[in-house]
Design a protein around this ligand. Structure first.
Ligand SMILES: Nc1nc2c(ncn2[C@@H]2O[C@H](COP(=O)(O)OP(=O)(O)O)[C@@H](O)[C@H]2O)c(=O)[nH]1
Ligand SMILES: [Mg+2]
Length: 195
C-alpha cells in the first residue's frame, strides 16, 4: 500500500489534482482511498467523492497535522482494515505541514510500503505567496518528493521558467514539473513519477 500526501497552500489545486490522480489509479485497476481534510475550504466533499464511486473519508474541521492528528491516525487504520486499498491519497488543509502528516502515517501502524509527499505550487499566486509567506511555502515544499507548478494554463510568458528556477535554487535536485490539473497538461509525466 502506498500513501500520497498532497502539500500546498489553499487554492493551489490539490483537490483538482486529487480527482485526476484517483481517476488515473482507478483506470489502472488499483483500489484507491481518498482522505480529505478541507477545513473551511471550498472544495469537493466526501459525499461528492463517494457519489463519483470512490472510497472517500472526510475528516471533520480542524487540521490533521495538529489538533486532528488522532483522528487522522484512526481514519488511516480504518481505511486499512475496511477498504484495504492499493493507494491512499491524503489531502490535508492548505495550512498543514505535509511532513507532519507523513510522520503521523508512519506512527499510525498502518502497513504502508512507502509514503510520498507531492508539493503543489500555484503559478497565479506564487509571487504573492513568496512575498507574504516565503518561510511557510518553503516548509511545505521542503519535504516534497517532487514539486508540481500547477495552473500552467494561466502562466504568463517566462513565468514557469522563473518559478522553476526559484524552486530549483532553493531545493537543488528536487524534481519540478509544471502542470495544469485543469487541462491535464503534463499529468502523464506526474503519473510516470507515481507508483
Ligand atoms: N486555470 C486553472 N485552474 C485550476 C487548476 N487547478 C485548479 N484550479 C482551480 O483553482 C481553484 C482551487 O482549486 P482546488 O483544487 O480546490 O485547490 P485546493 O484548495 O488546493 O484544494 C478551483 O477553482 C480550481 O478549479 C489549473 O490547473 N488551472
Ligand atoms: Mg482542496
Amino acid at each position: 500500500m502506498y500513501v500520497y500526501i498532497l502539500g500546498g497552500f489553499l487554492g493551489s489545486g490539490k483537490t483538482t489534482l486529487l480527482m485526476k490522480l484517483a481517476s488515473m489509479y482507478t483506470k489502472r485497476g488499483e483500489k484507491t482511498a481518498l482522505l480529505v481534510n478541507e477545513s473551511g475550504e471550498i472544495g469537493v466533499d466526501g459525499a461528492t467523492l463517494k457519489a463519483e464511486g470512490y472510497d472517500a473519508i472526510e475528516l471533520p474541521n480542524g487540521c490533521i497535522c495538529c489538533s486532528l492528528s488522532g483522528t487522522l491516525q484512526s481514519a488511516l487504520r480504518n481505511i486499512e482494515k475496511d477498504i484495504d486499498p492499493d493507494v491512499i491519497i491524503v489531502e490535508p488543509t492548505g495550512l498543514a505541514l505535509p511532513h507532519k502528516v507523513k510522520e503521523l502515517v508512519r506512527v499510525s501502524m498502518i502497513d504502508a510500503d512507502e509514503t510520498f509527499i507531492i508539493g503543489v505550487a500555484d503559478v497565479q499566486r506564487f509571487d504573492d505567496l513568496i512575498r507574504k509567506k516565503e518561510e511557510f511555502f518553503t516548509m511545505q515544499m521542503s519535504h516534497a518528493d517532487f514539486v508540481l507548478i500547477n495552473k500552467s494554463d494561466l502562466a504568463k510568458e517566462g513565468q514557469i521558467e522563473e518559478i522553476t528556477s526559484w524552486i530549483k535554487k532553493k531545493f537543488p535536485g528536487k524534481p519540478v514539473i509544471s502542470i495544469s490539473a485543469k487541462t491535464e497538461e503534463n499529468l502523464d509525466k506526474v503519473y510516470e513519477m507515481m507508483r
